[in-house]
Write a protein that binds this ligand. Structure first.
Ligand SMILES: Cc1cc2nc3c(=O)[nH]c(=O)nc-3n(C[C@H](O)[C@H](O)[C@H](O)COP(=O)(O)OP(=O)(O)OC[C@H]3O[C@@H](n4cnc5c(N)ncnc54)[C@H](O)[C@@H]3O)c2cc1C
Length: 399
């Protein structure tokens, strides 16, 4: 151990989650506006609330509607078609969308991590090509990282791009690619050169792959329920022109891991099952005095945890707003938040006086059933909790 907790250079909690990054009046006005819009959409029957809607409720009309209202591309500068606002504005919008279980999967990945990566690493041509459409809710993206033997050990990717005239020829395959069957493109992490010595993280690059081009095959990987969410994406000598390399050739590892700070830090890492909790509380409240003390105590305790996570998640958003890359704080929030999401489901199963039923006409049994089916993925996607704890342990000087 090189740097013990409590030592001067140890990043204590107050450093990871600095106080004083608060939402202002402007943010609360924005919240009211977004909430009003969502209530109106719900009243018009434009969507049905779902848990985990950010990953599985795909509705392109809804995304375009959000884009038209200026609720996407929030932090994208106006010159690229965005709103030119800050990460806390985006936080408020995403928080309201998640809390209401709105169908946001179509634009989620593009708005969350592709747009900031294009801003950070993309060329002017790439920014102008993609950012306006992302901000309008018309350009949908996946994440091309995982491979059959490269999940947690991402540096083991075997997709390989070889140099050809004017660009690269990409061969290999990705798995667990959420939404690739609907998406327009993703960044593929691929090996473009040999590792330097034994440092496997070198020699990797990010390539922009438009998914409708020759040589790209998208095969469904179905869930046990039969639902099509995941895919295997196979590349067979796909030509990637030089102007579709993202950032610097050989710098893909650093770029991809900085993208993970955006992927791991958002409120979707603790709010995926909030619609279940609020529906449960609503039903209990409608039952009046019949709520058992033991149930009320469980609801109270989990609600307190939701509020704690919110403060931590908000601090991460505040750090992002200041241009920082708070990857350790993001890892902590994701570990704690995804466990909270699962605990909400366990409590709902204990407290609810109903059986889970995916086709029930009423909300609670339906939300309960879909939460149970989605829970196993919470602590895996975006980096497993074991890997996140390794990130935190390293920052604490314990590895
Ligand atoms: C719902 C969902 C959506 C996803 N969407 C995408 C997507 O769109 N794009 C994409 O690229 N990927 C996606 N993934 C894949 C996800 O990123 C991987 O599942 C994850 O990184 C784990 O990799 P793996 O499945 O290969 O498991 P493995 O890496 O094989 O891990 C198996 C188990 O071993 C543990 N383990 C592994 N290494 C260590 C270690 N060093 N120390 C301690 N424990 C360890 C892990 O924590 C885990 O419990 C998605 C996954 C899910 C569940």
């Amino acid at each position: 151990m090189t740097d013990r907790p409590g030592s001067p250079s140890h990043p204590g909690v107050s450093t990871l989650f600095p106080p004083g990054r608060r939402l202002g009046v402007r943010h609360e006005q924005l919240r009211e506006e977004v909430r009003g819009y969502l209530q109106d959409q719900l009243a018009q029957g434009k969507y049905t609330p779902h848990n985990d809607a950010w990953l599985s409720s795909w509705d392109e009309d809804f995304s375009r509607g959000l884009g038209a209202r200026g609720y996407l591309g929030t932090t994208v500068p106006k010159e690229y078609g965005g709103q030119g606002a800050d990460a806390l504005d985006r936080y408020v919008i995403t928080e309201e969308l998640l809390a209401s279980g709105a169908p946001v999967a179509a634009h989620w990945i593009a708005d969350r991590q592709i747009a900031p990566s294009l801003l950070r690493y993309g060329t002017e041509a790439q920014r102008h090509r993609y950012l306006p459409a992302i901000s309008r809710g018309e350009s949908y993206w996946g994440i091309g990282l995982s491979e059959p033997d490269a999940g947690s050990d991402l540096a083991a990717v075997r997709s390989k791009a070889v140099r050809v005239d004017g660009g690269w020829e990409l061969t290999g395959r990705k798995v667990w690619t959420s939404g690739a069957h609907h998406a327009h493109a993703f960044f593929a992490l691929a090996r473009t050169g040999p590792p330097e010595g034994r440092v496997r993280h070198t020699g990797l690059s990010q390539l922009i792959v438009e998914l409708d081009q020759p040589g790209v095959e998208i095969r469904p990987i179905r869930l046990l329920t039969g639902a099509h969410h995941f895919n295997e994406v196979v590349f067979d000598r796909v030509f990637i022109p030089d102007d579709m390399v993202l950032g610097t050739v050989g710098d893909g590892w650093r770029q991809a891991t900085s993208e993970l700070a955006f992927e791991r830090s958002g409120p979707e890492r603790y709010l995926s099952t909030l619609p279940l909790l609020t529906t449960l509380v609503g039903e209990l409240a409608a039952g009046g005095d019949s709520v058992r003390d033991v149930d009320a105590a469980m609801i109270g305790a989990i609600t307190a945890r939701v509020w704690t996570l919110r403060q931590m998640s908000l601090a991460v958003a505040g750090a992002l707003a200041q241009g920082e890359v708070p990857e350790v704080a993001a890892a902590l929030v994701k570990d704690l938040g995804t466990r909270l999401e699962g605990d909400i489901v366990d409590i709902a199963r204990t407290v609810a006086r109903t059986e889970p039923d995916p086709s029930a006409p009423t909300e609670l049994p339906r939300l309960l059933a879909e939460s149970i089916l989605h829970t196993p993925g919470f602590t895996l996607r975006g980096g497993t909790n074991e890997i996140l704890r390794g990130v935190v342990a390293r920052a604490l000087g314990m590895r």
